[in-house]
Design a binder for this molecule. Structure first.
Ligand code: 13P
Ligand code: SF4
Length: 307
């Protein structure tokens, strides 16, 4: 009888050999399923994956993440075929900002620069001055040449940034539904059950949760943190896929997910079967309109230069 573990192993081996034959690079975000992270050439946060996608010599990039990530790879490296194994894997936060509303906001604030979180569409990036990720948002806002900044679309990351700058940060009213479901009451209960644990949370969490944390970190910064800390027990306030990644880099520590609601349904759409099918079919391909690409490229390049 073939067990599920054996089937997964065989499928992973087939994916690896197909990727090698087709000169394809597999990138996976830290929130992906454990078996998808295991088959990737690189796992990382949005900034790390964007940098790798911009520099790769591979012919194909298989992006195991959500649409804006694959789209950013297609903008940064237009000669490549960028595949998104499940074309419906989107980001509800990115969908909360549209180009028309942003154009109107710009008109109302002509002296402000627009700093846009990478969790956004190419059309919104095209209307922005500079992009950022959760790893570099504070640095980018500080370095941008304006006293007033429109921060799009994450109000939680924007208000986190506001704590570190004298500049005026004008918040867009967007948020991540997954992090928003994680409440201060959930975290209080986790702290009560594990009083000896350190608390790290993602800046997409709401401000009440952030106020209760010891560390506020992007997913890539969380990886670095657990490699270096001597704390044995850590409450991880972000999407549950992160726990797999942390266990793979520092298995000696105990990680606690403080809420069952910390699951991003879109991140979980990518399965090994879909990665395999994407490689076989060389699709679904993510493309960007050339004019939009040209404008959004400036926004992404300025981020890579400033960070
Ligand atoms: P980072 O991995 O860049 O911290 O971002 C988290 C995220 O929400 C991706 O959707
Ligand atoms: Fe979007 Fe939140 Fe999912 Fe990240 S975790 S892809 S911000 S919905």
């Amino acid at each position: 009888m073939i067990t599920t573990a054996k089937r997964t192993e065989a499928l992973a081996a087939e994916i690896k050999s197909l990727a090698a034959r087709k000169n394809a690079l597999i990138l996976a975000h830290n929130y992906q399923r454990e078996e998808v992270q295991a088959v990737a050439d690189y796992t990382g946060d949005s900034l790390e994956l964007a940098r790798i996608a911009a520099d790769t010599a591979a012919d194909i990039i298989v992006f195991c993440g959500v649409h804006f990530m694959a789209e950013s790879a297609a903008i940064l490296n237009p000669g490549k075929k960028v595949l998104l194994p499940d074309p419906t894997a989107g980001c509800p936060m990115a969908d909360m900002a549209g180009p028309e509303d942003l154009a109107a906001m710009r008109e109302r604030n002509p002296d402000a620069s627009v700093v846009t979180y990478i969790n956004s569409s190419a059309e919104v990036k095209a209307l922005s001055d500079v992009c950022c990720t959760s790893a570099n948002a504070v640095k980018i806002v500080q370095r941008v040449d304006a006293r007033r900044v429109i921060f799009v679309p994450d109000r939680n990351l924007g208000s986190w940034v506001q704590r570190f700058t004298d500049k005026e940060v004008i918040l867009w009213d967007g948020f991540c539904p997954t992090h928003e479901r994680f409440t201060a009451a959930d975290l209080a209960e986790a702290k009560r059950l594990h009083p000896d644990a350190l608390v790290m949370v993602h800046p997409e969490c709401n401000p009440e949760v952030i106020d209760m944390a010891d560390e506020v970190l992007s997913t890539g910064q969380m990886v670095k943190f657990v490699r270096e800390t001597d704390r044995a027990k850590i409450i991880v306030g972000t999407e549950e896929g992160m726990i797999h990644k942390l266990k793979s880099v520092a298995p000696e520590r105990e990680y606690i997910l403080p809420s069952k609601a910390l699951v991003c349904p879109n991140m979980k759409k990518t399965t090994l079967e879909k990665v395999h099918a994407a490689l076989v079919n060389e699709g679904p391909i993510v493309t960007v309109d050339p004019e939009v690409r040209e404008k959004s490229l400036g926004c992404l390049r300025r981020m890579l230069k400033l960070s």
